[in-house]
Design a protein. Structure first.
Length: 287
């Protein structure tokens, strides 16, 4: 019955694993719902901010703001890669890293030097492993990013861009469309490209003037873009982890069914063999 005991041990091990993956699935589902609420809450403000900037933008004003400067040929750029601190999320981090590598290769092919800024242990660990220099890294941003986190990431880069030290800033993040769709995306946040004006025109009362308002709104627009990237990546991470843990739980259930059938067959074969031995022994005694 050694095989039966081995099967019972494996069944117990798979049951314990299934309990863990099911618990992690439930935790990820709960966190995903809260993260999804933050994404939904951030979108109206971002849309309104873009509408105001699009309405105020003009070619004359653009020449007065450093954040609107369009370099003829980028010489130095910055890439912010957003990844997670933890794994067990399927291909979530691998897809973001793949997108980062493609973006870096494209920028370097165009002749621009790239400063890499990484958020999350997974991205940092990979680029350290391949020997890529990292300009800065953050591993203290949790799955509940704040506006302050976005400002800390964006402020220094805005200053460098305004001073002419950078010619472009890109953010690589997971664009959260739904629970099942969150593709890795490269977003250029600097120079600021004003959104296209909507079909509905709005009349604004400008006080003190358009130039002063744009001076305040442009940095807010950049920080808001980084914040949205953070919250969407956090939601996408939890969605990916939920899916990965659900798949692991389903696979464990399938494996348990196979192991239990195998164990029952082995047990039945053992019982049949014992009965046959008893019957054979009784027949030998009678003979």
């Amino acid at each position: 019955m050694a095989k039966g005991r081995e099967l019972k041990t494996r069944i117990k091990s798979v049951e314990n694993t299934r309990k863990i993956t099911r618990t992690m699935e439930m935790v990820a589902t709960s966190k995903m719902k809260r993260a999804q609420d933050r994404v939904i809450a951030a979108r109206p403000y971002s849309q309104a901010l873009g509408d105001v900037i699009a309405s105020l933008y003009s070619a004359d004003l653009a020449e007065r703001f450093a954040l609107l400067r369009q370099p003829a040929k980028p010489r130095r750029t910055a890439v912010i890669l957003l990844t997670s601190n933890r794994g067990l999320a399927g291909a979530f981090n691998a897809n973001l890293i793949k997108e980062a590598r493609a973006t870096i290769a494209r920028l370097e092919t165009e002749g621009a030097a790239v400063d890499l800024h990484i958020v999350g242990r997974k991205g940092l660990g990979y680029f350290r492993y391949v020997g890529r220099a990292v300009a800065s890294s953050r591993t203290d941003i949790t799955d509940r990013p704040t506006v302050e986190n976005a400002a800390e990431l964006a402020n220094d880069l805005m200053k460098a861009f305004a001073a002419g030290e950078l010619d472009g800033v890109y953010v690589i993040y997971s664009h959260f469309r739904s629970v099942l769709s969150a593709p890795p995306t490269t977003l250029q946040v600097l120079p600021v490209t004003p959104p296209e004006r909507g079909t509905k025109s709005r009349d604004y009362i400008l006080a003190p003037n358009a130039e002063a308002i744009l001076g305040e709104l442009l940095p807010s627009y950049v920080r808001n873009a980084v914040y949205r990237a953070l919250v969407e990546t956090a939601a996408a991470e939890q969605a990916a982890r939920r899916t990965a843990m659900k798949n692991a739980t389903d696979n464990a259930s399938d494996m348990l069914n196979i192991l239990r059938r195998t164990y029952n067959r082995a047990r039945q074969a053992s019982i049949t063999q014992e009965i046959a031995e008893i019957v054979g022994g009784a027949a030998a005694l009678q003979g």
